[in-house]
Design a protein around this ligand. Structure first.
Ligand code: DAH
Length: 346
């Protein structure tokens, strides 16, 4: 009777089931509260004791089998679903990869790191200073009092009144470092950092550029120590055959002051457009720390002396990598920056 047919019917219905919602419907139809199997239980009460036994046993068996059939189907549906998902989400590794455009490390940064590493090996500390600086540190204590004509050359961005400004040079970090040394400690430091001036941007000027400040303060330091240090840096950057020379100059914070030149690495001193036919290229301002600056910062000039220098990092990079337009360093043109790696390799 009904009992035998039930499982057959269920099996037939399950053949066409291939989604979970369909399976749920079938499950309700057979095993739900009003489902055909469940409702058969209500017939038990009308049967004799003997019949109850056999009918009850068969009903239980059918219930178990129906549950198994439905569970198996559920598993089958889930497996199919997973396989389909895996198939759709699989990666075809034979397809050509999407090329994500990448540049190369900025070579100004490379120059900075290069000099940092070299000078650290000579016992220098790399220090930092604020880009928004006090007039006091950027000028005043560096022997550039208010109204000093050399202030004009720096053409400063003022932030607040005349006291707060965007530093026009990294030299204020000299002052900060000496103040920390309290007139007692010898100092060897370099400070690479951004500086700002009200320059119109062109191939050789920028309103923002990078300087690398150096300062050494100790007992019995002379100009020849500066020359020796500069020589090491120049040879490291431009090759062993690079020669150096000093030319007299003027900076309010050094006395004497010099311009530091390297022999032209392009024409090897013979004369070319890069060195304007002089055979020499200026790469840094420098000098012996002015006694007033030492005094301002708590170092007794009778006891202490020191030298300082300030490289323009972009200028060094332009010379080393033969770049004729400063703007390539910050316009983020990938076509340009990609060549940095090649230039580095050459
Ligand atoms: N601060 C100078 C400038 O921006 C560069 C400079 C010259 C730094 C001489 C120094 C120095 O430390 O001694 O033009």
């Amino acid at each position: 009777m009904e009992l035998e047919n039930i499982l057959e019917n269920l099996k037939n219905e399950l053949v066409n089931v291939n989604a979970e919602h369909q399976l749920n419907e079938v499950k309700t139809k057979y095993l739900g509260k009003k489902g055909s199997i469940t409702s058969l239980s209500s017939k038990i009460k009308d049967l004799s004791v003997e019949e109850k036994k056999t009918f009850g046993a068969s009903l239980n068996k059918i219930k178990t089998e129906a549950t198994n059939l439905i569970n198996n189907k559920k598993e089958e549906i889930e497996t199919n679903l997973l396989n389909e998902k895996l198939k759709n989400e699989s990666v075809d590794i034979s397809l050509p990869a999407i090329q994500i455009p990448v540049g190369a490390p900025n070579i100004v940064e490379k120059i900075v790191e290069d000099i940092e590493e070299l000078l650290m090996s000579m016992g220098y500390d790399v220090v930092d200073g604020p880009e928004i600086e006090l007039d006091k540190y950027n000028f005043e204590m560096l022997n550039l009092p208010k109204g000093h004509p050399a202030r004009d050359a720096q053409d400063t961005f003022y932030v607040q009144g005349e006291e707060l400004l965007l530093r026009s040079q990294t030299s204020p970090v000299q002052v900060r470092t000496m103040l920390e040394g309290k007139g007692e400690k010898p100092i060897r430091m370099i400070c690479p950092g951004k500086t700002y001036r009200r320059d119109d941007d062109d191939a050789t000027h920028s309103h923002q550029f990078m300087q690398i400040e150096g300062l050494l303060v100790d007992k019995n330091i002379s100009l020849s120590d500066l020359k020796g240090t500069f020589d090491v840096i120049a040879k490291h950057l431009f090759g062993e055959d690079c020669e150096t020379r000093f030319r007299p100059s003027y900076y309010p914070f050094t006395e004497p002051s010099v311009e530091m030149d390297i022999s032209c690495h392009v024409c090897k001193g013979k004369g070319c457009p890069i060195c304007k036919n002089t055979g020499w290229i200026t790469v840094s301002g420098a000098g012996m720390v002015h006694p007033n600056v030492l005094k301002n910062c708590g170092y007794d000039p009778k006891e202490w002396s020191g030298f300082a220098f300030g490289f323009g990092a972009e200028r060094l990079a332009m010379l080393k990598y033969n770049i004729d337009d400063l703007r390539v360093f910050y316009t983020n043109d990938l076509r340009e920056s990609k060549t940095f790696d090649r230039k580095e390799a050459n």
